[in-house]
Design a protein around this ligand. Structure first.
Ligand code: PSU
Ligand code: MN
Length: 312
């Protein structure tokens, strides 16, 4: 894998395996959509997570692109998992969550893990993939202790287009938007001027820019490459008819945040803990919204990847 944009030649190339389907699509100049694996391993409950992981790949295929779910298995980066790989990520109890800083430890030890937005974006970009679909980005957490997801800094330096439903509503959305601005991450709304709030269609915060179709998204991304390396975030809201009831959302979120604090949950366990808590107390309503978000983002990402491939 080339590491030219870091300014140093790669001394030891990253251990990477590209699936035959992804390799063929790339050789043909076709559209590929990267998918992360932390939301499978840690964002969704077993056994639904495996079904969703397969469905999301099918959504990408149905919209004309090739899916590349990314994870680390036995010390090797997989750009595109086969069904056995998906089943391991979804099923193994002890799969760790790997941000960028965790990757070297996994490589050195020959370990396995699920990649977050930060590490998926980096590994996808290094593999020449330009479009990535996820649920919601990490960001700045609420509360007293400072907790900022590595997703933000990673996107600042990684040239990739990420389709998401904003950032998870468990976060401090205002602070997260400010950090995205400081880091010069390009953020555009898809057919909206409102920043989506993940489970909610509107986080309450406005966006400066909106785009109307996949062709515009592709054009913004191509222009971004001429400006300076960095990500383009395409914020794709759930329609109001599919969002979580806002009253229910606010009530259960307050309880979940209090429970996390009381239980002393810290570090990278915070996000999975809060998501699991919400899924439980909303009796699956937040889970259904979460799955719809991922499917809708996969569809839009595939359309954008198709537009990008056609433009080149
Ligand atoms: N979006 C979801 N579910 C998830 C995540 C995002 O809908 O589980 C994951 C992503 O992998 C993201 C990570 O990168 O949560 C952020 O974790 P942290 O806040 O610890 O950086
Ligand atoms: Mn954190």
């Amino acid at each position: 894998m080339p590491a030219a944009h870091h300014g140093y030649p790669a001394v030891v190339p990253l251990p990477v395996t590209v699936s035959p389907e992804v390799a063929q699509t790339q050789a043909d100049g076709g559209p590929v959509v990267a998918l992360e694996s932390t939301l499978i391993a840690h964002g969704l409950p077993r056994p639904d997570n495996l079904r969703v992981a397969r469905e999301v790949e099918d959504v990408v295929r149905r919209h004309g692109a090739t899916p590349a779910t990314i994870a680390v298995l036995d010390g090797t980066v997989h750009i595109g998992l086969d069904d056995g790989g998906l089943a391991r990520i979804a099923g193994e109890e002890s799969i760790p969550k790997l941000g960028v800083r965790d990757l070297p430890v996994a490589f050195a030890a020959g370990g396995s893990g699920a990649t977050t937005v930060s590490s998926t974006a980096l590994l996808a970009a290094e593999a020449g993939i330009r479009v990535f679909a996820t649920g919601g980005l990490g960001g700045v957490h609420r509360g007293g202790g400072y907790d900022e997801s590595a997703d933000l800094a990673a996107l600042a330096g990684t040239s990739i287009l990420v389709v998401c439903a904003g950032v998870k509503s468990i976060l401090d959305i205002e602070a997260t938007l400010e950090r995205l601005e400081s880091l010069s991450v390009t953020v555009v709304g898809y057919r909206t001027h409102r920043f989506p709030g993940f489970y909610l269609s509107d986080s309450g915060f406005a966006l400066d820019w909106r785009i109307e179709d996949p062709q515009q998204a592709a054009a913004v991304f191509r222009a971004r490459l001429d400006v300076r390396p960095g990500a383009v975030v395409v914020a794709n809201p759930l329609p109001v008819s599919e969002q979580l009831d806002p009253g229910l959302h606010d009530r259960v979120l307050a309880d979940a945040l209090a429970a996390a604090e009381a239980a002393g949950i810290a570090g990278k366990a915070v996000t999975p803990y809060l998501l699991e808590n919400l899924h439980r107390v909303t009796r699956g309503a937040s889970l259904r919204a979460n799955i719809r978000i991922i499917e809708r983002n996969a569809e839009l990402a595939a359309r954008i990847a198709v537009a990008l491939a056609a433009a080149e």
